[in-house]
Structures are given as structure tokens and as C-alpha cells.
Design a protein around this ligand. Structure first.
Ligand code: ATP
Ligand code: MG
Length: 424
């Protein structure tokens, strides 16, 4: 036998027994998007490397050490998308979607980051993203946050989530704050880890996003960005909070929340949960009013968030909020060639007339006993049997596999009625 080739570390297979959780999340979120009037957009998995460098920021974890970058056969530098916002903005500019119009968009797709794999942190992971363009006001910020609250409620997870929110103000305001932050951090320079020392000159706000526990004490005493916001930014932030208050959406203002990407301004938020250990953020986003212009479009206010589906799946499992599985309802057993021909035809007829019915037709022959074993394993509630006698009389025998009800034999053309009555 040849040596087995394994998958790449941190890139997972999702097996048929687990897929129902993913499908459940996808169906639920699609319903919420539709109810909020958001439309789906799809864009490529690979983009020019420059797109991510220019948008996410050169001095961020993602660009510095997490991107899957390679040269294609032309020698062009390409990157597997580490997030969706950059590609979404690129697609909107390129296709003229931002020209004198607003857009409410969502997407679902796999993202790629070279991280240290652990529970809730993978190298290929799935994100739902939402982006709204052309809305400058706090109303859309609140709308996107409220949308998240609807997800949690619909999935039965509302009690496990806390909303953290902050404002990053404008780049001008952040510049003033940066000076204060750097002065403060310089007085603690010895205690900073290597990453933070490096960032002190290149991108000091990133230090606030450090995951290193040893850094937390210094970070918690740092000056707060909220104190450096001007009148307009403060007002914008307070209006967002007022929308949330009115809609009874609880939040914690976290003055140290900065997010791991450079393009954010004004409102930023994260939905965190106690139930996932260190990987506790499930959904996160914010306003990014300068990015469209930075990528060559005309200035367009923008707000978005991304939700990690892998973490949401783990959370559903942790909290035992599992949806019902869609198992087989009917298993068709046939004995002999004539029965197989009739059974195949019967299955075709049923699938046309009852498109919702989940019917498994036995394939490959075998003894009645072995076919019944498979029927039982399929979790079907009903076995349909066409033996030689039934085939001769164009009948079918119905056997109830999960309840004590006598079996019955009837004409094949009466079966549909019985199934409708049973499964309605
Ligand atoms: P973290 O702080 O956990 O590294 P992040 O700030 O890098 O997250 P974002 O870029 O904001 O994450 O992505 C939004 C969401 O995507 C995260 O909240 C998380 O649910 C999910 N996510 C991000 N990176 C991963 C990953 N490597 N594996 C699984 N999910 C991820
Ligand atoms: Mg990260």
C-alpha cells in the first residue's frame, strides 16, 4: 500500500456526521440577512498580495506573519485571502457598485491564515462577512450589531454572548492619542515583549491588541482612546450606544478594544463568549470609512463585521444547542430482479411526487436480514419491502421500524397517500 498523504495542519475536513451544524448556521444566517435586506456577493479566494498589504496594514499580525503568499507562474505575488473585507471592497470598486448608491452585502467563504492551530484557531476557516457601503451615520453601525444579536437569539445562544464596543475616532484623533500612548509605554519599555517593543515605533495601537497575558497589566493602565475623541466622534459613538439602549442590546464599553486590522475608525465591536476558552471572539467588526478611498475608490463610508463559523460550531456543541438532524425517513428493501426494477421505478415516482421525502433505496442486493440492518442503521422510521410476492402483485409491504405498529401490505399506487399521512 502507498503511504497516506495527510491534510495540511490546521485545515480540517468537515465530515457528513457534523455537516448539519454548518448547514444549520448557514440557513439561519441567510434568513436573517434576507430579513434585513442584505444581498450576497461572491469574490475570488486569491487576490494580489498588494491588496491585503494596503488594506489590512503592513504592521499587523495578519500581514507580518499569517498570510499564505506565493508567486504564480508569471511571477506575480498572490495571496490566499486572510479575510473578506479587502476583496469585497475591491470587487465593489471594480464593478461600480459604489457609484452613487448604497450597498448592503454579505458573503460566506473560507479564509486562510498561517496561525498556530488549536481549538477555535485554524489555518483554513470559514467566515460570514457583512459590509454596508455609503452609510455615514450611527444607525447602520447599530443595525449591524443588532443583526448579530438576532443570530444569537435564533441559534439559542443569546445568553452566552457579551458585546464589547469602543470608538477609534478619526485618524487625526488617533494621532494625538498615539503620542500619549507611546509616552506611557516608553516608561514601561523594559516590561514590553519583543513584538510590542518593535511596534512601539511602527504601530503602537497594535500593542493594545496583544494576546500576551504578561502585557495585560501594562495595557490596562494605558491612557484611553475615548478620552482623545473630539465632539463629532464622541457624538457618533454615543448615538450608537443610544440605539443599542433603545433596542435593549447590552454592551460593555471596552476602551482597549482596537481590533487586529488597521483600516478601522469610529465604532469597533466584538461579540465574545465565556464558553470558548482563549479563542473567545466569534464575531467582530467596525467602521472603515477610509478604506475604499485607500483602495482607489471615491470616498465611501463603510461598516462591516466578520463572524467565525468554526467557532460558532464549537459553541453550539459546547452549549448543546444542537438542531435536529435530517435523517433518512424511508428505506426501500427489494428481493429479486423483478422487485429491484419495480422498486427503482417506485422510488422515482415517490421522489417526483414527494420531493421533501428522504428516501434511501437499497443498492447492491444481499439478504433481507442485511438489508434490514442497513435500514436500521440509516435511522429510517419506515422500511418498504418489495419481495417476490409483492412484485408479482405490484404491492409493497410497510414495516414500522421505530414503533409497535403492525406491518401492512398495500398496492404500490396507494403508498404515497400513506407516506403523506405518516410524515405530515
Ligand atoms: P483573534 O483575535 O481570535 O485572532 P482576529 O481579530 O484575528 O481574531 P478577525 O480578523 O476579526 O479575527 O476575524 C473575525 C472572526 O473570524 C474572529 O472573531 C473569529 O471568530 C474568526 N477567526 C479569525 N481567525 C480565525 C482562525 N484562525 N480560525 C478560526 N476562526 C478565526
Ligand atoms: Mg487573529
Amino acid at each position: 500500500m502507498s503511504k497516506i498523504i495527510n491534510a495540511i495542519r490546521g485545515m480540517n475536513d468537515i465530515l457528513p456526521d457534523d455537516i448539519y451544524l454548518w448547514q444549520y448556521i448557514e440557513t439561519t444566517l441567510r434568513e436573517v440577512f434576507a430579513s434585513f435586506g442584505y444581498r450576497e456577493i461572491r469574490f475570488p479566494v486569491v487576490e494580489k498580495t498588494q491588496l491585503f498589504k494596503r488594506s489590512i496594514g503592513e504592521v499587523t499580525d495578519i500581514v507580518e506573519k499569517e498570510m499564505y503568499t506565493f508567486e504564480d507562474r508569471n511571477g506575480d505575488s498572490l495571496t490566499l485571502r486572510p479575510e473578506g473585507t479587502a476583496g469585497c471592497v475591491r470587487a465593489c470598486i471594480e464593478n461600480g457598485l459604489l457609484y452613487n448608491q448604497t450597498q448592503r452585502l454579505w458573503y460566506l467563504g473560507d479564509m486562510f491564515r498561517y496561525e498556530r492551530p488549536q481549538k477555535g484557531r485554524y489555518r483554513q476557516f470559514s467566515q460570514f462577512g457583512v459590509e454596508a457601503y455609503g452609510f455615514p451615520g450611527p444607525d447602520i453601525d447599530a443595525e449591524l450589531i443588532a443583526m448579530n444579536a438576532h443570530f444569537w437569539r435564533r441559534l439559542g445562544l443569546a445568553e452566552h454572548f457579551t458585546l464589547q464596543i469602543n470608538s477609534l475616532g478619526t485618524s487625526e484623533e488617533r494621532k494625538n492619542y498615539r503620542q500619549a500612548l507611546v509616552s506611557y509605554l516608553q516608561t514601561h519599555e523594559q516590561a514590553l515583549d519583543a513584538d510590542s517593543q518593535r511596534r512601539l515605533s511602527s504601530n503602537p495601537l497594535r500593542i493594545l491588541d496583544s494576546k500576551n497575558p504578561a502585557m495585560q497589566a501594562i495595557i490596562s493602565e494605558a491612557p484611553q482612546l475615548l478620552d482623545y475623541l473630539g465632539e463629532a466622534s464622541t457624538q457618533h459613538f454615543h448615538q450608537v450606544l443610544r440605539y443599542l439602549d433603545n433596542a435593549a442590546i447590552n454592551y460593555e464599553v471596552n476602551p482597549r478594544l482596537v481590533r487586529g486590522l488597521d483600516y478601522y475608525s469610529h465604532t469597533v465591536f466584538e461579540w465574545v463568549t465565556e464558553r470558548l476558552g482563549a479563542q473567545n471572539t466569534v464575531s467582530a467588526g467596525g467602521r472603515y470609512d477610509v478604506l475604499v478611498e485607500q483602495l482607489g475608490g471615491k470616498p465611501t463610508p463603510a461598516m462591516g463585521f466578520a463572524l467565525g463559523v468554526d467557532r460558532l460550531v464549537v459553541l453550539l456543541q459546547e452549549c448543546q444547542q444542537l438542531p435536529a438532524k435530517q435523517t433518512t425517513q424511508v428505506y426501500l428493501i427489494m428481493m429479486g430482479e423483478a422487485a429491484k426494477q419495480q422498486g427503482f421505478k417506485l422510488a422515482e415516482t415517490l421522489r417526483s411526487s414527494l420531493p421533501e421525502l428522504r428516501l434511501l433505496m437499497h443498492c447492491g442486493g444481499g439478504s433481507v436480514k442485511s438489508q434490514f440492518k442497513k435500514a436500521d442503521k440509516s435511522e429510517a422510521q419506515i422500511a418498504l419491502i418489495i419481495g417476490e410476492d409483492e412484485a408479482a402483485a405490484e404491492q409493497v409491504t410497510i414495516k414500522y421500524l421505530r414503533e409497535t405498529k403492525p406491518q401492512q401490505t398495500l398496492a404500490q399506487d396507494q403508498l404515497q397517500q400513506l407516506l403523506v399521512a405518516h410524515f405530515q
